[in-house]
Write a protein that binds this ligand. Structure first.
Ligand code: FES
Length: 124
């Protein structure tokens, strides 16, 4: 076996939250990992500057699925400013740590979120 994942990672990988699309999303953003080339698309629905709904789809690995799942749980219901503080470090800590080689996987969702908000604000 290659990597040692803790049980939180495995639990989110097996039962990922908020997977899918939001048909009437306010903003959609896709990012790719420069490390592995895997991709993630984030769908965000905003209301009164809060994250009303958020979903993701990824071709990424198990760690990408697990950390993106946790990211969506952490930011849902938060204001945009609060959600922007949920960095990959926050996600990795919240999930109980990742093997060093898998830390880059936790960047996909926060990076997509940051870019999505920039794109959304530029349109306003
Ligand atoms: Fe590509 Fe994890 S190896 S996202």
């Amino acid at each position: 076996m290659g990597f040692e994942f803790n049980e939180n990672v495995i639990e989110h990988f097996e039962n990922p939250r908020n997977v899918g699309e939001i048909p009437d999303a306010d903003v959609i953003e896709t990012v790719g990992s420069p490390v592995c080339g895997d991709m993630l698309t984030l769908y965000i629905k905003l209301k009164d500057d809060k994250i009303e709904d958020i979903k993701f789809k990824t071709y990424g690995c198990g760690a990408a699925i697990a950390t993106s799942s946790l990211f969506t749980e952490l930011v849902k219901g938060k204001t945009v400013e609060e959600a922007l503080k949920v960095t990959s470090d926050v996600v990795v800590e919240a999930i109980g740590g990742l093997p060093e080689k898998k830390v880059h996987c936790s960047l996909l969702a926060p990076d997509a979120f940051k870019q999505a908000i920039e794109k959304y604000r530029a349109k306003q």
